[in-house]
Design a protein around this ligand. Structure first.
Ligand SMILES: *Cc1c(COP(=O)(O)O)cnc(C)c1O
Length: 340
């Protein structure tokens, strides 16, 4: 039995999801004539209390489009030093939008409103780039699946309003935060100008992300998506998977979170583990005490037991629980860990 915990993107569509996909009513989405896509977009827009939603082939493209909508070349956005848009989108912020990132030294991928305020360049000081956008991530990926305090997000919103900045949420794993903190999509929709969400992570779809925002700001999104090569034709087969996931795979995220906490509990008791970061959702980041065992040796031992996890650099390792990590795998994995 192979136990793959490198990411929550490794899931394959369930039989029921595949059946829902096969039954999708499709058309050419570049002409906006795909009923399954149109239904998903309306549903997600309504969930977030926004006027418009647009389906994307990846979360990266949805984020990159949002950044393009909110900025002009030579401007600057503010994000945490751990941000996915800065670390893991191939430098797209500068390539696609000609924008630089002011990095904030936050905690587990999360900044305070004070830090955001201090990172804004004075708008009349024309030597520095003009700050026009703040982008945050919930849950934080590199921050170990941490969830924001909603009150802090509201304070950052106030800073954005005072300084005429747009506010984007990279919500690739927002579903996990909503389940963990018992928050609602509407709450987030009311706060942010744009939100990207992924269906290809915890929700178990093969492909798909959505960007939501109000009509005015989203007007250009269709054009930007086209420029980035993201206009797809009978993509309703993919939208049907996302619709299925909204109906059937949301509440079960709590199960991934529970399993992650149990894995963390076992890791903490192992003599060669130096530190396990707090576990709030489905991501576990931990460090090995390399005097006892190197991280590479630990990964190798797991591989010998058919368990796959990955390193995050700087001696940190990551485990992510997901839809295809079954109860039987969980039981087997905990046993393997205890025996190491
Ligand atoms: C996965 C992820 C994305 C999008 O990644 P894609 O692979 O392009 O779908 C964006 N932000 C965060 C925080 C992510 O974890």
């Amino acid at each position: 039995m192979k136990i793959n915990l490198i990411s929550d993107t490794v899931t394959k569509p369930t039989k029921e999801m595949l059946e829902a996909m096969m039954q999708a009513e499709v058309g050419d989405d570049v002409f906006k004539e795909d009923p399954a896509i149109n239904a998903l977009e309306s549903r997600v827009a309504a969930l977030f209390n926004k006027e418009t939603a647009l389906f994307f082939p990846s979360g990266t493209m949805a984020n990159q489009t949002a950044i393009k909508l909110h900025t002009q070349p030579a401007e600057q956005l503010i994000c945490d030093k751990y941000a996915h848009i800065y670390n893991y989108e191939g430098g797209g912020v500068s390539f696609n939008s000609g924008v630089s990132c002011k990095l904030v030294d936050g905690h587990r991928g999360m900044m305070t409103a004070e830090q955001v305020n201090a990172a804004i360049n004075p708008p009349d000081f024309y030597h520095s780039p003009l700050t026009t956008l703040v982008s945050i991530e919930n849950t934080t990926n590199k921050g170990g699946g941490a969830c924001w305090d909603f009150e802090e997000l509201k304070k950052i919103k106030a800073v954005c309003e005072d300084n005429n900045l747009k506010y984007h949420l990279d919500g690739a794993r927002l579903w996990n935060a909503l389940v963990a903190k018992k928050e609602t999509t509407q709450q987030y929709g009311d706060l942010f100008d744009t939100i990207s969400i992924c269906f290809s992570k915890g929700l178990g779809c093969p492909v798909g992300s959505v960007l939501v925002g109000d009509k005015e700001i989203m007007q250009k999104a269709l054009r930007v998506r086209k420029v980035l090569g993201g206009g797809m034709r009978q993509a309703g087969f993919l939208a049907a998977a996302a619709t299925y996931a909204l109906d059937h795979h949301l509440d079960r995220l709590a199960d991934d979170h529970q399993k992650a906490k149990e894995i963390g509990g076992v890791l903490e008791k192992l003599s060669f583990i130096k530190k396990v970061e707090p576990i709030e959702t489905n991501i576990i980041i931990f460090e090995i005490n390399e005097e006892a065992l190197s991280a590479d040796q630990f990964l190798k031992k797991l591989l010998e037991n058919n368990v796959h996890i990955i390193g995050m650099g700087q001696g940190k390792l990551r485990i992510v629980t997901h839809l295809d990590y079954s109860d039987a795998m969980h039981e087997a994995f905990l046993k393997i860990l205890k025996k190491l």
